[in-house]
Design a protein around this ligand. Structure first.
Ligand code: 6GU
Length: 235
C-alpha cells in the first residue's frame, strides 16, 4: 500500500530520522515492502516568491486559511506519480470520526493521499473540488493534521496482510468484532509473569490450561469492561 502525505512539515515523516513511523510495526512493514510512504512539501507547489501556502480569512477573524491553488496543483502532481488510484483524505477536526471500521475500509485501498491541514484549515472551495474523505481522529484540536495522519497510517498499516506476526493478531484487539454477534468490544485484561505480584495473583482460570474456559472468561471480561467503560459501543 502506498501513502502520500501532503504537508508543510515533510520532515515529520522523514525516512532517516526515526519518528513515530520509523520504529516498530510501521517501519517493519515498510522494510518488508508492505507499505511505503512519501511526504511532499506543499511549499513546492506555490507560485509566489514567498512560497505562501495560506492567507487571511475573508470576513476577518483569527488564523489563516490554506489557499486553493498549491493544494490543487500538488494533489494532481502527486497522483500522477503512481498509476494506483489514490483515495483523497483531508485530516480535519470537521471530518468523520476515525474508528476501527473506517480503518478497515481504508486498509482495503491501494493508495491513500493524506492532506494535512493547518491553522483554520483549507479554503472550502478546494475541498469541494477535490471531494476528499474528511477524517478526524477525535473531538479535540491538534495544531495540524500531521499527527492525525500518522495515527491513521499506523492504524491502517497494522491491518495490512502480512504485517502482524501470528503471535500478534489484529483480530484479538480492542474494537475488532468479537463475541457471538460480532460486536466491537474493548480488549480483556492481560497478565504475565510472575504469578503473584505485590500480593495480587493472576486469575486462576488463566493458569487452568482449559482453553474453552479461558476463551469464555476473556469474552465475559470484554463484555463487562465494555459495559462499564464504553456503553456507547453496545448501543
Ligand atoms: Cl485530523 N486535525 C486537527 N488539526 N485536529 C484534529 C484532528 C485532525 N482530529 C482531531 N483533532
Amino acid at each position: 500500500m502506498r501513502f502520500d502525505i501532503l504537508t508543510t512539515f515533510p520532515e515529520m515523516f522523514s525516512e532517516s530520522a526515526p519518528g513515530a513511523l520509523g520504529l516498530s510495526i510501521p517501519s517493519r512493514a515498510r522494510a518488508a515492502g508492505l507499505a511505503e510512504w512519501h511526504a511532499t512539501n506543499l511549499r513546492d507547489f506555490t507560485t509566489d516568491k514567498h512560497q505562501k501556502t495560506d492567507d487571511r480569512p475573508f470576513g476577518g477573524g483569527p488564523g489563516m486559511v490554506m489557499m486553493c491553488q498549491p493544494i490543487w496543483d500538488a494533489v494532481h502532481a502527486i497522483e500522477a506519480r503512481d498509476p494506483r488510484p489514490a483515495t483523497r483524505v483531508v485530516l480535519t477536526p470537521q471530518g468523520r470520526l476515525l474508528d476501527q471500521s473506517l480503518v478497515e475500509e481504508l486498509a482495503a485501498k491501494p493508495r491513500l493521499l493524506l492532506i494535512a491541514g493547518h491553522y483554520e484549515g483549507l479554503d472550502e472551495r478546494v475541498i469541494q473540488k477535490l471531494a476528499p474523505l474528511e477524517v478526524s481522529i477525535g473531538d479535540y484540536v491538534l495544531s495540524g493534521g500531521e499527527l492525525a495522519a500518522m495515527v491513521l497510517m499506523d492504524a491502517v498499516i497494522r491491518l495490512l496482510p502480512g504485517v502482524l506476526g501470528h503471535e500478534l493478531s489484529a483480530a484479538e484487539d480492542s474494537f475488532s468484532p468479537a463475541g457471538p454477534d460480532g460486536r466491537r468490544l474493548l480488549d480483556c485484561p492481560h497478565y504475565t509473569k510472575p504469578r503473584e505480584w505485590m500480593g495480587e495473583a493472576v486469575p486462576d482460570v488463566l493458569l487452568s490450561g482449559n482453553h474453552a474456559q479461558i476463551a469464555k472468561w476473556r469474552l465475559d471480561q470484554q463484555m463487562a469492561r465494555t459495559r462499564e467503560r464504553r456503553p456507547d459501543l453496545l448501543d
